[in-house]
Design a protein around this ligand. Structure first.
Ligand SMILES: CC(C)(COP(=O)(O)OP(=O)(O)OC[C@H]1O[C@@H](n2cnc3c(N)ncnc32)[C@H](O)[C@@H]1OP(=O)(O)O)[C@@H](O)C(=O)NCCC(=O)NCCS
Length: 210
């Protein structure tokens, strides 16, 4: 698993001074100057139709409002996902649901798909949640048709817990979605497996012919 270094251990409400650094990415607070870039990337039907709240089309004003709402939100955390050189490529964060459990969410702009950025960002966010907050469980959900997101969750250790209907704003409809969960103890076991350095060797046992 990607090594993640906390550059600042500020609590959720202090997001403005907060950043999480991973191998290739920096997850940092969103700011008004990001609105142009966010609007350019998020104005994509493929993103809107896989997320519950992103409208389509998605304009500059939508981005300005979203950034200001996320900055004022308490209890959750939403960060810009940026390459180390500074370019914003997406967003990742969590909201605390009615049950008091954080649910993780993320999107990456289409020009940046397929480079492992979502997996790296989600792992960094998971590390943050389980090392710097009191939460013991993280949840996630994705449309049953969202193979890419399912793969991200899989690579991050999430386990399937059931199916539900999820409202998709851009479709004006509810669609089938899968629910997932990652507990702190599973995360901790996965992290320590990563450190054990056991030989990763497959031994093929030949069966004797009868
Ligand atoms: C889902 C999303 C975040 C993935 O971003 P990404 O940076 O490309 O993700 P990663 O590169 O870390 O991993 C994607 C994995 O999905 C796989 N994948 C991509 N498209 C796929 C498809 N159609 N079918 C099966 N697997 C697919 C990739 O091969 C990769 O797995 P691998 O590393 O084992 O090869 C991005 O596609 C996105 O923003 N989609 C729209 C919004 C969204 O779905 N958000 C999540 C809501 S639950």
């Amino acid at each position: 698993m990607t090594a993640v270094q906390m550059t600042c251990a500020t609590p959720q409400t202090g997001a403005a001074a907060f950043a999480i650094e991973s191998e290739r990415l920096v997850l940092r607070a969103l700011c008004p100057a990001d609105a142009d870039k966010v609007a350019g990337l998020a104005n994509n039907r493929k993103i809107a139709e896989m997320t519950s709240t992103i409208p389509h089309p998605y304009g500059l004003q939508d981005a300005v409002e979203w950034i200001s709402i996320r900055a004022a939100a308490t209890g959750g955390l939403t960060l810009a996902v940026c390459k180390k050189a500074g370019e914003l490529v997406g967003a990742c964060g969590y909201d605390v649901t009615g049950a008091g459990t954080p649910e993780i969410g993320y999107w990456i702009g289409e020009p940046h798909w397929g480079h492992g950025f979502a997996t790296e960002a989600v792992r960094a966010m998971i590390d943050h949640v389980f090392t710097s907050t009191e939460f013991e469980t993280l949840t996630a959900g994705c449309r049953v048709t969202n193979e890419a997101s399912r793969s991200v969750l899989d690579k991050c250790g999430f386990q399937w817990t059931g199916a539900r209907l999820c409202r998709i704003h851009s479709l004006g409809a509810s669609v089938p979605a899968d629910s997932f969960r990652l507990t702190k103890s599973t995360w901790s076991a996965l992290r320590s497996w990563g450190r054990t350095n056991l030989p990763n060797r497959v031994v093929v046992m030949e069966r004797k012919a009868k």
